[in-house]
Design a protein around this ligand. Sequence first.
Ligand SMILES: Cc1cc2nc3c(=O)[nH]c(=O)nc-3n(C[C@H](O)[C@H](O)[C@H](O)COP(=O)(O)OP(=O)(O)OC[C@H]3O[C@@H](n4cnc5c(N)ncnc54)[C@H](O)[C@@H]3O)c2cc1C
Length: 443
Amino acid sequence: MRAEQLHTITDDVLRTQVCVVGAGVVGRVVARELATRGVTVLVVEHNQTPSAPTEFAVTSTDFDVTTRPWVSRAGWPIPAQTIAAYSARALSYLGLAPPPTPESVGAALCPIAGQVTAANPVDLPDVRIVDATAIHLDTDATGAHVYALELSGLGGRRCLVEAKVFVLAMGAIETPRLLLASRRTLPSGVGNRYDQVGRYLQDRRHGVVARLSPAAAAAAFTEFRNGTPGFALSATVQRDERLLGCAMWFREAAKRGSMKVALDRLLRGKASASDVSIIGGGATGWAWRTAGLPRLGGVDVHAVVEQAPDFDSRVRLSDNETDAFHVPVAEIDPDDRQLATLRRALDLLTDEFARRDWPAPNIDPTPTLTAVNEPTGTTRMSTNPRDGVVDGQCRVHGVDNLYIAGPSVFPTTGHADPTLAAVALAIRLADTIAARMAATRLG
Ligand SMILES: Cc1cc2nc3c(=O)[nH]c(=O)nc-3n(C[C@H](O)[C@H](O)[C@H](O)COP(=O)(O)OP(=O)(O)OC[C@H]3O[C@@H](n4cnc5c(N)ncnc54)[C@H](O)[C@@H]3O)c2cc1C
């Protein structure tokens, strides 16, 4: 990424139509979509070598935006079709084909077939990128309009960006952190009149929770040959048993890619499933060996479970720790209500395997789930400003020119990987801003 270092810029004020903060995939998509519509964009990014994921998975294009009475605060202000309308363009940004949706057979579990691709950086031609850290949003006295963003760079160089519109795309921790830390005018920060910023922090939990026998794995990979095989809890069972969203998928434990090679050979008739045999044993000693088939380390069952929104799960500013720019660091206080959902999902998986005559999965009796580190929800979308931070167009409630892009606007996550919906909403946001600028001649 070619960026100008702040200390090499002599101007004290940089002017642009739209300032996008954060050049992760979401910020890049907003910037690119606006630039292609002729809007002048300046991107601020303080990490010139982002540690982006090297590969990217989408297990489902279905985002659960529904109101669920058994999940407090569930329900998005926009319908699923709004996200779906942008899904095809979002998938193409991510280099993914639409995940196939195998026929749903059971009332309790729905088959899923995930897609994985190499992470695909989005180019930013015709966009000015400044290497700096955004440290403060300057507003008018009421907090209703952002007139500048303060940047800090190497050597303590400070600079202001003045823009018609600001878009925060800094991820679900740093975005609320900047809003909370922008407290020179209003002590509670920007967009925080109703104490909503940083709340409802959610992070799905993930773990390897079972292992498949080679015969079960062969059956699953053969049936779901167009994607990574797996199952998700159906909406019916979630409703009937008051459960959260949960997906389980099957992935070889070692030597990524070798399962695909093996299956390609099986499917092309170069080897048969009966050639497959176990060598070794136990959790790590599994391998498949056939004439010409690569060795595999076994097939794990991965599970991911939604976290329900909780007002008290939040990003807070530390009282005693600041970063290099003296901005308080974020403290995270996640909630854990997911094990019951996982246990039930594993029971149902065993039933589903029995129904299909597949050998039973070898379930870990004490599964451990850890945060996936894909936080969501901290600037949630809501119709009422008292229930969230942005409206259905992703504009911060009560601030006329400040928008948020990224998974922080999700009211709930369901089980699905978040980035596809975040990119879909980012494209929609660019449409919204471009239309608004055209209509009001903001440019
Ligand atoms: C290891 C890993 C694997 C993942 N795998 C998947 C997957 O398979 N599928 C999936 O859907 N999702 C996956 N995710 C989640 C995915 O990475 C996020 O959903 C996605 O990155 C969100 O994009 P974003 O642009 O909103 O935020 P980010 O990628 O977090 O980008 C935010 C950017 O803002 C910049 N920034 C922050 N603060 C400031 C500041 N003050 N000033 C200037 N710049 C700032 C940061 O440097 C960063 O570049 C994964 C995440 C991780 C960590």
